[in-house]
Design a protein around this ligand. Structure first.
Ligand code: ADP
Length: 205
């Protein structure tokens, strides 16, 4: 899948890390950044920061997040637009927890197109539902993250299936989707991701 992708020299190394809540997107993003020097954009982290700061944006986002709902596309897109504009010279971005709706995916393509750039790969971390729930409950206990409680977890997984999963088909049609088994150890998962990304960079040379 996606073997014929070529990165144009002027293009950036933009990667989407995709998967259900608890699939390991944040953990793998850190390793990807370390190896490839990309800029991390986690909409979830940015929103939690805004909540902590008690900003207007944070107050609005909190209502959605605590219920396990998605924040409105408009709100999230404004954040992304800002980060893209503020960082014109990066090697590339890793988008974590974004896009989460078809509308966000299409808008991201449009924003990048205007900057003569695009997504080079979407890494989908595939983890079965039972393991996702176990991981999220454990994280809730360890970190006290407000939305990692059984009731909200159930809602977030339902929202993922309804609103986010359709993006997989969108990226598959574009030949940009790479499925990775996310159940294995952190290092094993990362090795698979790096193999995929190295193949894409290699084709560029
Ligand atoms: P996880 O993937 O583990 O659910 P995130 O930190 O990515 O964690 O997201 C936490 C919450 O933040 C989501 O449940 C949602 O309410 C909100 N959020 C994050 N990213 C987006 C997004 N791209 N669009 C809408 N809401 C978002």
């Amino acid at each position: 899948m996606g073997n014929n992708i070529k990165i144009k020299p002027e293009n950036k190394f933009n990667v989407v890390i995709f998967g259900a809540p608890g699939s390991g997107k944040g953990t793998q993003s850190e390793l990807i950044i370390e190896k490839y020097g990309l800029l991390h954009i986690s909409t979830g982290e940015i929103l939690r920061e805004e909540i902590k700061k008690e900003s207007e944006l944070g107050k609005e986002a909190e209502e959605y997040i605590t219920k396990g709902h998605l924040c409105p596309d408009e709100l999230v897109l404004k954040i992304i637009d800002g980060v893209l504009d503020e960082n014109p010279d990066v090697k590339g971005f890793i988008f974590d927890g974004f896009p989460r709706t078809l509308e966000q995916g299409k808008s991201l393509d449009e924003m990048l197109r205007k900057k003569e750039s695009s997504i080079i790969a979407v890494i989908n971390l595939d983890v079965d539902e039972k393991q996702l729930i176990e991981r999220l409950i454990k994280r809730g206990k360890e970190t006290g993250r407000a939305d990692d409680n059984p009731q909200t977890i159930e809602k977030r997984l339902a929202v993922y299936h309804e609103q986010t999963e359709p993006l997989l088909e969108y990226y598959k049609k574009k030949g940009k989707l790479f499925n990775i088994k996310g159940q294995n150890d952190i290092e094993e998962v990362f090795d698979c991701i790096a193999e995929t990304l190295d193949r894409l960079t290699f084709q560029n040379n």
